[in-house]
Write a protein that binds this ligand. Structure first.
Ligand SMILES: [Zn+2]
Length: 381
């Protein structure tokens, strides 16, 4: 999703206090935290310098370094080494996954399925470093509870080209959105076949996918949004309440309510709910995280119908729009890392599962007018 650039916006003192008040109402703990800083961190000016963004070679080098130096056993593999039938990108690049942790449940963390949305890679490499090196109680709990399967760069071809898609190498040069390619009659791209088969090997308990969107303003306040919280099958929408007896409709909301409460304590983060077209909830079936929740059985590889809840994050700023903002780089990555740490720890302790799912409604969003599905818009009845 890209909302396009908006003019540079200098927040007034009034707006800052209004934002603080909103956060305080939604999350009383925020009132005792640090003052709310200006969340307008993605730059709206100038060109994005992609030289500072992790390249495929950077990814491979950093994964190797983490495997060599981690205290707690980071295992880096290509899908060729794992043994999936299709194991490289369309252009023949190796596809990488890193695993860490010894817990009984698997967790799937992926980033940069859209090649022009870069910081999923940096964010997941940062999380992987903590998982591999941090001996504090939180990270120890995570390693003891889960085995993490981390895919920092799902789409290396698109990443190298700084485009959303991958490009088919069958002579057609067709551009494929990999996040619309896990569906019946789809799987046009090699990356989809490869990572889908790996998913059927892992059978994760839950998954998180990291994206970027263009610059966005919060509905009602006009404040700049730094992070949107997304569920690709809309809670309470046409699809999710009918999946697994409604269990994922509840748990995905609890996951984001927890992230919202925890990150509201950080002054530089301003969150809302991910929406498209201003007021539509997304309800697409071909997204990777959607297909996971639907338990898609492609090529007979998932005959038992494994499914898992899955959510996504959207950091503001986009390389294609030139709105990424170099000054924002550290904060953009940091908010993803903190969001993941809070989510994962909350899942491991059971705090997430105790959240009130109805509080999804408290996360800022425009009044919902309909659902954006694969085949068009369904108005809210
Ligand atoms: Zn995306």
């Amino acid at each position: 999703m890209s909302t396009g650039p908006t003019p540079t916006h200098h927040r007034s003192r009034t707006a800052t206090f209004a934002a603080a008040a909103v956060l305080a109402v939604a999350a009383p703990l925020a009132a005792a935290g640090p003052a709310v800083a200006d969340p307008n961190f993605p730059s709206t000016e100038g060109e994005t310098n992609t030289a500072s963004i992790a390249s495929y070679d950077d990814l491979v080098a950093e994964l190797q370094r983490l495997e060599d130096t981690a205290r707690f056993g980071v295992d880096v593999q290509t899908l060729a080494e794992v043994g999936t039938a299709v194991s490289t990108s369309e252009s023949g690049r190796d596809l990488y996954v890193a695993t860490v942790g010894e817990g009984p449940e698997a967790v799937w963390l992926q980033g940069r399925i859209h090649g022009n949305e870069p910081y999923g890679t940096e964010s997941l490499l940062a999380v992987l470093k903590e998982l591999g090196t941090n001996g504090s109680p939180d990270w120890t709990l995570l390693r003891d509870t889960y085995t993490f399967h981390v895919i920092p760069m799902y789409n290396p071809d698109g990443s190298e080209l700084n485009i959303r898609h991958t490009i088919l190498q069958d002579g057609s040069n067709s551009r494929i959105d990999l996040n619309r390619d896990w569906g019946v009659g789809k799987f046009a791209a090699a990356e989809s076949e490869a990572f889908y088969e790996y998913w059927t090997m892992v059978d994760p308990a839950f998954a998180v996918d990291i994206h970027h969107q263009g610059l966005k303003r919060e509905y009602g306040t006009g404040d700049d949004v730094t992070l949107s919280l997304g569920i690709s099958l809309a809670p309470g929408g046409p699809t999710l309440p009918g999946v697994e007896g409604g269990a994922y409709d509840v748990l995905t909301r609890q996951m984001h309510v927890h992230v919202y409460d925890e990150l509201a304590k950080y002054g530089y983060v301003n969150m809302d709910r991910y929406q498209v077209g201003g007021s539509l909830e997304i309800d697409i079936k071909g997204g990777v995280v959607s297909a996971m929740m639907l338990g898609l059985d492609h090529d007979g590889l998932n005959p038992e119908g494994h499914s898992n809840p899955a959510i996504f994050f959207e950091t503001s700023g986009n390389t294609s729009d030139g709105s990424l903002g170099q000054k924002a780089r550290g904060k953009s990555i940091k908010q993803n890392v903190v969001a993941l740490q809070e989510l994962l720890t909350g899942m491991a302790t059971g705090e997430v599962q105790q959240e009130d799912p109805a509080r999804w409604d408290e996360i800022p969003h425009a009044p919902v007018t309909g659902y954006q599905t694969d085949t068009g818009v369904i108005p809210v009845p």
